[in-house]
Design a protein around this ligand. Structure first.
Ligand code: BMA
Length: 836
C-alpha cells in the first residue's frame, strides 16, 4: 500500500453566498485537513469569530457553498487499484477528478473511498471537492423527508436532519459557526492484490488469559489474484492463517498467558501491547499492514435488579468502579485545530483532577483516535455517545442508512481502545420524548427510538460484542419507567441549576448521575482576552454574547441568593459566581459519592469548553482552570471525607476508592471563627474497606452549634479533611480577612505563603490576573488563624507579583459574604498592604 497525502496546494473559493455576504478574492489558499473558517482566518479575510461579538457577522460562511481545488502530478499506474481515501468531509460534498464525478457524500461522521484508477491522467490531475452549505443541505433533506422532518428539536438549525456535528449550529455554551471543509486527511492509496478493509479487534480477558481476536475483512483488487496470509503478532505471540483467493472474511487470534492488565488510573497501570497485523501475498511480501496499541481488560455494565430498583455500575476487570467523571464536548468548534498536544493537555487536566471517566457527549463527534490514545495512555475511561442530542430524529431515508453506516464505522474504529467502556444511544432524547411535550407534536411519526432501542444495540452486539450498550443518557432501562428515575439507570439532574438551589442535589440519590452542572464565567484572563469592550459587565454586549444559556446570567444571580449578596463590581461577579459554581458541584458530588454503592457514578457537566464562554465547564475555552477544577480535584480524591446531613443530624462519611483498606484516626472538631475549639469527637481508628463508603454519625454535642453563625466543623481522617458550616455565607459572621504574604522566587515561578491571622474561607490566588499564563497549584483553601499555606504559582515572576494590585488576585469568601463596603482585607508582606 502506497500513500500520497493530499495535504498541500489546495485553494478554496466561494460558489454561492447570501446577498449580504462580503466580497472575497476568487481563490484563497486552503488548509487540508481544515475548514473554510480557518482558511478565511489565515487569509485575514475574517476576524476571529471567538473575539467580541464577531460571530454574529459571520453567518454567511455557513450559508455559502464552497469549492476546494488542488492539482497533483501522477504517472504511477502500476498498482491494481488506486483509491482516493477521504477520512472526513464536512458535510454535503461532491467530488470530481478531472471533470469526472466520483461521488456525493452527506455525512461528516463517515469516511469515503473512491476507486479513481480509471480517471487518473498522466501528468497534471485536478481534484475538486464542492461543499454545499449545511443549511441548504438541511433544507434539501427536509423536503425529501416531508412531514417526517417536522419534529421537535431544542436548538436552531437542521442538526437533527443531517449528519453533522450538532453543536456547530449553536448550543447553550457554543457559538453558531457552521463549518465546511475537508476536516480529516485525504490521500491517494495505491494497492495491489488485496488490502485489509476492516479489522475488528476483540481484546478481552478470559480467566487469566488475554485473548486478542481479530475479525478481518479483505478487499481484493481483482479476480484471479493470489491467495494470501494473515500474520498477527502481539506480546511475543504470533499467529498465522492462510486465506484462499477471493475469501473476504478471516479470523485470527492470539492467546496471551497472564497478560498485564489495563486499569483505570488509581487502580493499576495502563500497559499497552503493540498489535501488528500483516497481510502477505504468496511471495511473502506485505500487501497491507494494520497496527494499534491495545490493552487487555474486561468491561460490563451491571444493571442487576435490587431492592432499590436496578444498578448502573461500570465493572472493569470484575471490579465495580465508581465513575468520577466529567462530560466532554468538542474541544474547539474548529475540529482540525485540536492537536494531539491539546488532547494530551486537556485529558491530563482531567486525570489531575482525579477524574477517571469522560463521557463524549452526543452533540459532538465520535472522538478521534488521538483523544482515545490519550485516554488509553493515562487510564481515563471513556463513554461514547452515538451522535444524537436534544432532538427527535427522523428514521426515514436518507437519514437511516447514514446512521447505520456511520455507527458501523465508529464502532469498528474505536474498538481497539481499552479506554472505551460503554456505547450510549443518545443524549436526552428519551427524556425529551417523555417530558418535553414531544409526544403531542410527534403523533405517530418516528423520533429516533428505532435507533436507540433497535438498530444501535444490534450493531454494537454484532460488531463489538465486548462492550456494553445503553440506549440513552438519561435512561431507566425500560420505556415503561421514566428515564430520569432515581432508582434505575443513569440520570440527568438539571432542575437544580435551572430552577432551585444547589442544596437540592441532596434530594436525589440516583444510581448514576451522568449530567449535572452549574455555570460560571471563564477565568479573567480568558474573558478579557476574548471580550475587549471598555466597561465589561455581566450584561454588557460582549460579555453577554459569551453566555449562551437561556437566562444564564439571571440563573447565576439566583444561584447566589442567600449565599452571597448580589455582587456590585465585575471583579466580584467573576469571583463569587466562580466560587458558587465550585461550591455547587462539590455539594452534588460529595453527596452522591457518600451514597456509594447505591450511586456508582457522577459525571459532571462539563470538563471543557470549545471557545471562551460562561458555561458549566471546569476548564475554560483557553484551557485555564476555573475554581471548579480545584473543587473537583478535592471532591474526586480517592481517599475522601465529607460531612453530610443524615436525618436531623450529621455524619462524617469516608469514601475509599483505593485498592487497600483505609484505617486511620478520625477527629471531628467544632470551632468558632476565632479558632477556639468548642467540642471534639475522636475515634481511635475508622476502618473503611476498599471501594466502600463508611458513615460515622457525629455525636449531637459536637454536631450542634452554640452559635451557628460563628461556628463550623472540621473533620480529619488521615490525609483527608472535611468542613461543615451551619449557615449560608451571608449569615456567617466571618471575621475581617487578615493575613501575611511571603513570596519567594522558585525555579519555575513563585512560592507564595499565606499565613492567616483570621479565619479565611475559600482562599484563592488568581494568578492569571497578573500573568495570563501563570497557574496556581491550589485554590479554595480554608485556613484557621495562625495556619499557613504555600501556593506554588508556575510562570509568575517575583517582580510581576510585587508590582501587582492584589485586590482582585487574593480572594476569600469572607470578602464577598457581606455588602462590599463592610469588608476590609488587611494583609502584610506586600506593598499594597491592604485590600478593601
Ligand atoms: C444538557 C446537555 C447539553 C447542555 C447542558 C446544559 O442538556 O446534554 O445539551 O449543554 O445540559 O444545558
Amino acid at each position: 500500500m502506497k500513500k500520497l497525502a493530499l495535504d498541500t496546494g489546495w485553494t478554496v473559493s466561494r460558489l454561492h453566498a447570501p446577498s449580504t455576504a462580503p466580497s472575497l478574492p476568487a481563490t484563497i489558499p486552503a488548509m487540508v485537513p481544515g475548514n473554510v473558517h480557518l482558511d478565511l482566518l489565515s487569509a485575514r479575510l475574517i476576524t476571529d469569530p471567538y473575539l467580541d461579538i464577531n460571530e454574529i457577522s459571520q453567518d454567511w460562511i455557513g450559508r455559502s457553498a464552497w469549492r476546494y481545488r488542488m492539482a497533483f502530478d501522477w504517472d504511477d499506474h502500476e498498482a491494481d487499484r488506486i483509491d482516493l481515501s477521504c477520512l472526513g468531509l464536512d458535510t454535503a460534498a461532491r467530488l470530481e477528478l478531472n471533470g469526472v464525478l466520483l461521488g456525493e457524500t452527506r455525512n461528516m461522521h463517515r469516511s469515503y473511498r473512491f476507486d479513481i484508477r480509471e480517471h487518473l491522467k498522466d501528468g497534471r490531475n485536478e481534484l475538486i471537492v464542492d461543499f454545499d452549505s449545511a443549511y441548504a443541505h438541511g433544507e434539501a433533506v427536509r423536503s425529501a423527508l416531508g412531514s417526517a422532518a417536522d419534529i421537535p428539536a431544542n436548538y436552531p438549525g437542521p442538526s437533527h436532519l443531517i449528519r453533522k456535528m450538532a453543536c456547530n449550529f449553536g448550543w447553550d455554551w457554543g457559538p453558531t459557526v457552521v463549518t465546511s471543509g475537508i476536516w480529516k486527511p485525504i490521500a491517494i492509496e495505491s494497492w495491489s492484490k488485496a488490502r485489509l478493509s476492516t479489522v475488528r479487534p476483540e481484546i478481552t480477558l478470559q480467566g487469566g488469559d488475554g485473548l486478542a481476536r481479530l475479525r478481518i475483512e479483505i478487499e481484493w483488487a481483482a479476480e484471479g489474484v493470489d491467495s494470501a496470509a494473515l500474520v498477527m503478532s502481539i506480546g511475543g505471540k504470533r499467529s498465522e492463517v492462510r486465506i484462499a483467493q477471493g475469501e473476504t472474511h478471516a479470523l485470527v487470534e492470539c492467546r496471551i498467558d497472564n497478560p498485564q492488565v489495563w486499569w483505570p488510573h488509581g487502580l493499576g497501570d495502563q500497559p499497552l501491547y503493540d498489535l501488528d497485523l500483516h497481510l502477505l501475498g504468496s511471495d511473502g511480501a506485505t500487501l497491507d499492514r494494520w497496527q494499534r496499541r491495545v490493552g487487555f481488560r474486561s468491561v460490563r455494565l451491571d444493571t442487576t435488579a435490587d431492592e432499590i430498583g436496578s444498578a448502573f455500575t461500570i465493572v472493569v476487570n470484575d471490579v465495580p468502579v465508581f465513575a468520577r467523571g466529567a462530560n466532554w464536548i468538542p474541544e474547539d468548534c474548529f475540529l482540525p485545530r485540536v492537536t494531539q498536544e491539546r488532547y494530551r493537555e486537556r485529558i491530563g487536566q482531567a486525570r489531575d483532577a482525579n477524574i477517571n471517566i469522560l463521557r463524549v457527549w452526543g452533540g459532538g463527534i465520535y472522538e478521534t483516535d488521538a483523544f482515545y490514545e490519550e485516554c488509553d495512555a493515562v487510564g481515563i475511561m471513556a463513554w461514547q455517545d452515538f451522535l444524537f442530542a436534544c432532538a427527535a430524529y427522523p428514521e426515514d431515508e436518507p437519514v437511516y442508512s447514514e446512521v447505520e453506516a456511520e455507527a458501523r464505522e465508529a464502532i469498528t474504529r474505536l474498538m481497539p481502545h481499552p479506554s472505551l467502556m460503554l456505547w450510549n444511544g443518545n443524549n436526552e432524547n428519551i427524556w425529551g420524548y417523555f417530558d418535553w411535550g414531544w409526544q403531542e407534536v410527534l403523533g405517530n411519526r418516528p423520533w429516533g427510538a428505532g435507533y436507540y432501542l433497535d438498530l444501535l444495540p444490534k450493531l454494537v452486539a454484532e460488531i463489538d460484542p465486548t462492550r456494553p450498550y445503553w440506549p440513552g443518557s438519561p435512561y431507566s432501562g425500560s420505556m415503561e419507567i421514566a428515564p430520569n428515575a432515581d432508582e434505575h439507570g443513569c440520570k440527568h439532574i438539571w432542575d437544580v441549576w435551572n430552577e432551585v438551589g444547589y442544596e437540592t442535589y441532596r434530594n436525589y440519590v440516583p444510581r448514576f448521575c451522568s449530567e449535572f452542572g452549574w455555570q460560571a464565567p471563564p477565568t479573567y484572563a480568558t474573558l478579557t482576552a476574548s471580550v475587549r469592550e471598555k466597561n465589561r459587565a455581566p450584561a454588557s454586549p460582549g460579555v453577554l454574547h459569551h453566555q449562551k444559556a437561556t437566562s444564564g446570567n439571571d440563573k447565576l444571580l439566583k444561584g447566589l441568593e442567600d449565599w452571597f449578596p448580589a455582587p456590585e463590581s465585575f471583579d466580584d461577579w467573576l469571583f463569587v459566581t466562580q466560587l458558587n459554581q465550585a461550591r455547587a458541584i462539590s455539594v452534588g458530588v460529595d453527596h452522591m459519592r457518600s451514597h456509594r454503592p447505591t450511586c456508582m457514578g457522577t459525571i459532571v457537566w462539563q470538563l471543557n469548553d470549545c471557545w471562551p464562554v460562561t458555561s458549566w465547564a471546569a476548564v475554560d475555552g483557553a484551557g485555564r482552570k476555573k475554581p471548579l477544577w480545584y473543587a473537583l480535584r478535592n471532591s474526586y480524591a480517592p481517599h475522601f471525607l465529607t460531612i453530610q446531613p443524615r436525618g436531623n443530624s450529621l455524619s462524617a462519611v469516608a469514601v475509599n476508592d483505593t485498592t487497600l483498606f483505609w484505617r486511620v484516626p478520625l477527629t471531628v472538631e467544632r470551632f468558632d471563627f476565632s479558632g477556639t475549639l468548642l467540642a471534639r469527637h475522636s475515634v481511635w481508628r475508622i476502618l473503611c474497606d476498599r471501594f466502600e463508603a463508611t458513615e460515622i454519625s457525629i455525636p449531637k454535642d459536637v454536631a450542634t452549634p452554640g452559635d451557628p453563625d460563628r461556628e463550623f466543623l472540621r473533620a480529619r481522617l488521615g490525609d483527608a479533611e472535611a468542613w461543615w458550616f451551619f449557615e449560608k455565607d451571608m449569615k456567617l459572621q466571618y471575621p475581617q480577612p487578615r493575613f501575611e504574604l511571603q513570596a519567594e522566587q522558585t525555579t519555575d515561578g513563585l512560592a507564595v505563603t499565606v499565613t492567616a491571622q483570621s479565619f479565611l474561607r475559600d482562599l484563592c490566588l488568581f494568578a492569571d490576573r497578573i500573568s495570563p499564563s501563570a497557574e496556581v497549584d491550589d485554590m479554595l483553601v480554608n485556613l484557621m488563624p495562625g495556619e499557613s499555606k504555600t501556593f506554588r504559582i508556575k510562570g509568575m515572576s517575583k517582580e510581576a507579583w510585587d508590582d501587582a494590585d492584589l485586590s482582585s488576585v487574593v480572594r476569600t469568601a469572607n470578602q464577598v459574604a457581606h455588602t462590599p463596603g463592610s469588608v476590609v482585607t488587611e494583609f502584610a508582606g506586600h506593598k499594597s498592604k491592604r485590600i478593601s
